[in-house]
Design a protein around this ligand. Structure first.
Ligand code: M6R
Length: 367
């Protein structure tokens, strides 16, 4: 049932072009540049009236929520708050009828997320679920939603569930921006075209970067700690990359907003610390390049995720992984893929049980 792959995790990483395509199918039409989301249509009035959106999730799904905050605020100009479900449920949050709650959960059974939503529902909030498992508890509790259609995810580490959550959330953000008229047609056409191209670009990464990532994994297999840094849309991806490495290889890793490192983590940097930068081309790339220089000046080992043919960034890095060029809103979906593979190969090199990491359960149904 692993279809010839040694592990479910690798199989599921390689299934991502298809999973993302399945998520977009029937929803995104790149010829007419239309997005059709019946779940959104259903709660359109609530959505347009909502004064803010609160996104509730745990773990990797929380990282998807954080990126969605950046996307929705940028494209739809509505305030978004991102909450850990376990915190939200116990802290008497201010929530009521004017709030739209987006719940993100692969399994649809995470206990903290479920109870957080039940509480919000009691206060009259509308619940919109981004869920993979059809008919799961969170899907049933939701007033409406979008199924991610990733297919069954067996590996404990979330891979294709995450990238399909991102695809669904970006569909949501573009469509809401169209409803609210906060996006112009050229921008929405560009994003729709670029989202349509994501499955092929993910495939390109899988086809071209694998050997390089295996080599990098081998080189850093004995690292004690790892730092993952990104800015803007890439900050949530840095968090996700670090979580993946921790889960799968048991190497301590931290994700941080790149500029924030100067307020603490920079004290960790020496010649033994690998620091992975997500440094693809975008409006703030110049800023991340200066953060890279700061690490280099302290002899840290620099690994860079960079846009294909970016010779400036590759000349600074000890090791680099290439991402096909993409709009800055789309690029973080692509940057996720090498980070999953890096965690996988380091885990394998260290002899870890990558499909079933110690102490972890696929779905956390107890608090
Ligand atoms: O099923 P959910 O999306 O609600 O699960 C949330 C987290 O437990 C999950 O994403 C966890 O962090 C993964 N093991 C990460 O790879």
């Amino acid at each position: 049932e692993k279809a010839g792959y040694p592990h479910f995790m690798l199989k599921e990483i390689f299934e991502q072009p298809k999973a993302i395509q399945d998520c977009l199918r029937g929803r995104l039409d790149s010829t007419t540049h239309q997005i059709t989301l019946s779940g959104l249509e259903k709660v359109k009035n609530k959505l347009l009236a909502a004064q803010r959106i609160i996104i509730v999730a745990c773990g990797t799904s929380w990282h998807a929520a954080l990126l969605a905050e950046y996307w929705i605020e940028e494209l739809c100009r509505v305030p978004v708050e991102v909450e850990y479900a376990s915190e939200f449920r116990y802290r008497n949050p201010i929530v009521g009828q004017d709030d739209l709650i987006i719940a993100i959960s692969q399994s649809g059974e995470t206990a903290d997320t479920l109870v957080a939503l039940e509480n919000a529902k009691l206060h009259g909030a509308t619940i919109f679920g981004i869920v993979n498992v059809v008919g799961s508890s969170i899907a049933r509790l939701s007033d409406s939603g979008i199924y991610t259609h990733a297919g069954p995810e067996i590996g404990v580490a979330s891979t294709k569930a995450f990238t399909t959550q991102l695809a669904a959330l970006l569909l949501f953000a573009i469509k809401l921006a169209q409803y609210k008229q906060t996006i112009d047609t050229p921008t929405s056409d560009t994003l729709i075209n670029e989202l349509h191209a994501v499955p092929d670009k993910v495939q390109e990464i899988l086809n071209t970067q694998l050997e390089k990532i295996k080599r990098i994994a081998h080189k850093y297999v004995d690292a004690k700690d790892f730092l993952y840094l990104g800015r803007g849309y890439n900050f949530p991806i840095a968090l996700e990359g670090a979580l993946k490495l921790k889960e799968i290889s048991y190497i301590h890793a931290e994700g941080y907003p790149a500029a924030e490192m100067k307020h603490g983590p920079i004290a960790l940097v020496d010649e033994n610390l690998p620091v992975l930068f997500i440094a693809t081309k975008d409006k703030i790339q110049e800023k991340i390049i200066s953060n890279m220089q700061e690490i280099k000046a302290r002899s840290g080992q620099l690994i860079a995720l960079l846009s294909t043919d970016d010779t400036l960034v590759s000349s600074m890095a000890d090791d680099s992984i290439e991402i096909p060029e993409a709009h800055e809103i789309i690029a973080p979906i692509l940057s996720t893929i090498p980070l999953q593979l890096l965690a996988y190969y380091i885990g394998i090199d260290r002899g870890c049980d990558v499909d079933k990491p110690r102490n972890l359960a696929k779905s956390v149904t107890v608090e």
